[in-house]
Design a protein around this ligand. Structure first.
Ligand code: K2U
Ligand code: ZN
Length: 172
């Protein structure tokens, strides 16, 4: 169990298209545990493996964090089977896009098939914040950040702000 550094944009590694996990073994379970530790340390509610530099199709989400309770759910090789025509808008942020928040419209509900941390196939119908978070994380597995859904002007302003912050961080 380890807290690993979270990549921040701009970083070409965040643009990778992550590859499927061949077998849900102890190494993948250790990756899931590290992802959960890293997510909690950053006070996030979701994390994709690519955000800690591992381009494999693994997501961890925990929307149940209250009173110190932790219930991290692993989604391995997740596939979206269906999305609703109905759309919903949430103000999104991202641990890899620090201090930038903006509204993103996505399908309000989705159905996702995945393997759990024991390799058991599951199917989940999600709505609300879970549906948004799953789609946000699925974007990460395809090398897409939430700012890629914004207008060209807003995205370029975000990249400019993030680039400036990285240069200041490197100089300090
Ligand atoms: O990829 C991520 O960083 C996951 C997001 C979860 C999320 C994003 C958009 C919509 C729903 C969920 C973070 O874990 S939670 C947002 C956040 C961003 C920066 C700092 C703290 C929390
Ligand atoms: Zn994100």
């Amino acid at each position: 169990m380890a807290i690993r550094p979270i990549l921040t944009a701009p970083d070409p590694r965040l643009k990778a298209v992550s590859t499927d996990v061949e077998a849900v073994d102890s190494a993948i379970r250790a990756l899931v545990d590290d992802m959960a530790d890293s997510m909690y340390a950053a006070e996030g509610i979701g994390l994709a493996a690519v955000q800690i530099g591992v381009a494999r199709r693994v997501i961890v989400i925990d929307l149940d964090q209250k009173d110190g309770k932790k219930n991290p759910i692993a989604y391995i090789n997740p596939k979206i089977l269906w999305v609703s025509e109905e759309m919903a808008t949430f103000e999104e942020g991202c641990l890899s896009v620090p201090e930038i928040w903006d509204d993103v419209e996505r399908p309000a509900r989705c159905k996702v098939e995945y393997l759990d941390r024991d390799g058991v196939k599951k199917v989940l119908e999600a709505d609300g914040l879970l549906a948004t978070c799953i789609q946000h994380e699925m974007d990460h597995l395809n090398g897409v950040l939430f700012i890629d859904h914004l207008s060209r002007l807003k995205r370029s302003m975000a990249i400019k702000k993030l680039t400036k912050a990285k240069k200041l961080e490197a100089a300090s």
